[in-house]
Design a protein around this ligand. Structure first.
Ligand code: AMP
Length: 542
């Protein structure tokens, strides 16, 4: 049968086949809220009616500024399902940038968690497109005073509506949701997903060698729903009927561990910086994970020291994944092949430092400076290019021109800006962001390798390796380190730790110790900021 691939079909399936499955949300109101998939579907239909009452039409953008929770999930389905576009905003961005993005996207409705009211009040006077501001809470928790006229209450909107609503049979190529790239340089760019691209991504991401999700799982997306659709987990949970556990704003180690235990989470997903907090909490108190079997680590390289901690000390399998906003986000996942069973633990951990194999749907290759494809030998490193049905073809409004490049056969590829190697088995390993590459004497130095080694030192909490100008070699690596509280690690200890682990000329020229390393809005190290700070740093012997 010719049937469009629609996001609403995920919800209908979840309601019909997994109606009693639970969605548990730690809410900004402070409570732990529970509802079933059947209730989710019912409330999403009410919300779709409410959106229609607010004159949200097909293609209209509805923005959210919210933590992970059931109301955000209801918006995921009601907005996209009714033919409008869900635009998830990142609350960690500055108000100026958010105002720019809201205007650029022409958002008409902005739904937000009550805690973000000050941020919304800062944005509101600067945006002309938004017609309605909706606080995602009930009447009892509505803000008493606000500078925003006609603030709407989410629960009031739902209560005023019927739960009968028939999801429209849209063209599967209709736009469903919108995310902006992190944009460390220049303005952020919009990436528009379609129902079709989202459904195909959901199928692929749920597969056993990808995120391996089933109806027996309880999934905790720590990765925010405002960052590339929480890596697709809300859609996956509906497709497979998995329990969903949302942490709300409580992302510290203690809160996450308590939630994982009380809800018997089996699978979680997040960036390395969040897992650092969780591991520090658990190890400081000799706690255990009684149910969690796997954790997906992505968004930044997962250091082998973290893989070891999870797997050897806690029996939690690490699933290292790579992706980006332009890919909805999943591109590769590091899962084993049968013959890797013969490897010992340390060999398996070494393999897991790689970002893994392409999931079906993603084709990838690496190219040199001349654009020619490089061999899959695990050594040659070049820019990573991808193609596939959930890869961006152009940015919103055609910003930044045509991002794709054509090969000799006329096939079009998206240059990711990541630099990588691919081994003969097809395991890709990111060595750097192209703009973060350190070029010493014309040769590349892989900053991620250096950071991974530094992070394996027991006294190191976090490390970032950046290029600083050098009179002879153009650039040399500088290592910026956050020490564990009370640790006495010195520069010389740190540098000695690299001996025998990498080529000598890759060893950083200097180490600086700092209290904190600057992170961007999606939890990635802001290397551009570090490079600015240390541009004038005098390296010994330079
Ligand atoms: P974003 O679009 O904000 O999700 O950022 C995507 C970028 O994050 C990629 O292009 C990579 O540079 C980086 N990234 C994502 N996952 C990984 C990973 N597992 N290892 C290294 N870098 C990663």
């Amino acid at each position: 049968m010719q049937q469009p691939l629609l996001i609403s079909s995920l919800l209908e399936h979840a309601e019909r086949h997994h109606g009693d499955q639970q969605i548990v949300s730690r809410r900004v109101e402070g409570d732990l809220h529970r509802q079933s998939f059947a209730q989710l579907a019912q409330r999403a239909r009410r919300l779709a009616n409410a959106l229609a009452a607010c004159r949200v039409a097909g293609g209209s953008r509805v923005a959210t500024l919210a933590w992970n929770g059931h109301r955000h999930l209801e918006l995921y389905f009601a907005v996209s399902g009714s033919g409008a576009v869900l635009h998830t905003l990142n609350p960690r961005l500055h108000a100026d940038q958010l105002a720019w993005i809201v205007e650029h996207a022409e958002d008409e409705v902005l739904c937000f968690d009550a805690g973000f009211l000050p941020l919304v009040e800062a944005i509101a006077p600067r945006v002309r497109t938004v017609r309605h501001y909706v606080v995602m809470t009930d009447r009892a928790h509505m803000p008493a005073a606000t500078s925003i006229d006609g603030l709407l209450c989410y629960e009031d909107l739902l209560a005023a509506q019927d739960d009968r609503y028939v999801w429209p049979q849209l063209d599967e190529n209709t736009a469903s949701s919108l995310c902006y790239t992190s944009g460390t340089t220049g303005h952020p760019k919009g990436v528009l997903y379609s129902h079709r691209s989202t459904l195909l991504h959901t199928y692929a991401a749920a597969l056993p060698d990808a995120l391996n999700c089933s109806a027996r799982d309880a999934i905790l997306p720590v990765v925010p729903m405002f960052h590339v659709n929480a890596w697709g987990l809300p859609y996956i949970a509906c497709m497979v009927g998995a329990k969903l556990v949302f942490p709300g704003p409580a992302l510290d180690g203690a809160s996450l561990h308590a939630l994982i235990e009380s809800e018997q989470v089996t699978l979680s997903a997040g960036v390395p910086t969040v897992w650092q907090g969780l591991l520090a909490h658990v190890e400081g108190r000799d706690l255990r994970f009684s149910s969690m079997r796997r954790t997906v680590v992505g968004g930044a390289a997962c250091p082998p020291s973290m893989t070891r901690a999870f797997q050897q000390r806690h029996d939690v399998q690490v699933v290292h994944a790579w992706g980006m906003t332009e890919l909805s986000p999943l591109g590769t996942v590091c899962s084993f092949k049968g013959r890797h069973d013969a490897l010992d633990a340390s060999q398996r951990e070494a393999l897991q430092a790689r970002q893994g194999r392409a999931v079906f749907g993603i084709d990838m290759k690496i190219v040199g400076d001349d654009g020619a494809e490089l061999p899959w030998d695990g050594r040659a490193s070049g820019e990573l290019l991808v193609r596939g049905p959930w890869v961006v073809s152009r940015y919103l409004n055609g910003d930044a021109g045509d991002p794709l490049v054509a090969d000799e056969q006329g096939r079009r590829w998206f240059p990711t800006g990541d630099v990588a190697t691919i081994d003969p088995d097809g395991y890709m390993q990111i060595t750097d962001r192209a703009k973060d590459v350190i070029k010493s004497g014309g040769e590349w130095i892989g900053s991620i390798d250096i950071e991974n080694i530094a992070m394996a030192h027991p006294d190191v909490v976090q490390a970032a390796c950046i290029a600083v100008p050098h009179p002879k070699w153009d650039e040399r690596p500088l290592l910026v380190v956050v020490r564990k509280p009370g640790a006495r690690l010195t520069r010389d200890d740190m540098l000695a730790f690299f001996a025998g682990k990498i080529a000598k000329w890759w060893t950083p020229d200097d180490v600086v110790f700092v209290d904190a390393i600057p992170l961007g809005a999606t939890g990635k190290v802001l290397k551009s900021r570090l490079r600015e700070t240390y541009r004038g740093h005098r390296l010994p012997g330079a």
